[in-house]
Design a protein around this ligand. Structure first.
Ligand code: ZN
Length: 136
């Protein structure tokens, strides 16, 4: 560490600067301790957001894209509420990303499903007219 007054290098944790004799103020002596992590409402909402987003993505791909929309939308709302209260909440940021991924994936899956159904319908239509032509 360096003396804040004269800038000379000094021993780690020293109380006085050996060059100018300045007394070290609190901040340089304070041992930075991580605050014990406790679960706040924000954390619970954030984790719920991550869980709902992930579950929504899974159900959207396995069952129905509507699960993705509903759970992803709920997850996004939770994450946004927390982010509005506390911009530094990392869990809420993850929830935000997960929920957006879920919503985007659901939308893509929905579009793909519609496109597949449409092309399947066309195929059936083609097959139908093909057989009808065969008959005639
Ligand atoms: Zn000094």
């Amino acid at each position: 560490m360096y003396c804040p007054k004269c800038g000379s290098k000094m021993q780690e944790g020293a109380t006085f600067c050996s060059a100018c004799g300045a007394k070290m103020e609190g901040e340089s002596k304070v041992i930075i301790t991580e605050k014990a992590e406790s679960w706040s409402t924000e954390d619970i909402l954030s984790v719920a957001s991550i869980a709902a987003g992930a579950l929504g993505l899974l159900l959207a791909l396995l069952v129905s894209v509507w699960f993705g929309y509903i759970l992803g939308g709920g997850a996004l709302a939770c994450a946004l509420i927390v982010r509005k209260k506390n911009k530094n909440n990392q869990k809420a940021l993850i929830g935000l990303i997960v929920s957006i991924v879920t919503l985007v994936c659901s939308l893509i899956a929905h579009i793909v499903a519609i496109a597949l159904l449409a092309s399947f319908g066309d195929l059936m239509g083609d097959a139908f007219s093909f057989f009808m032509n065969m008959m005639n």
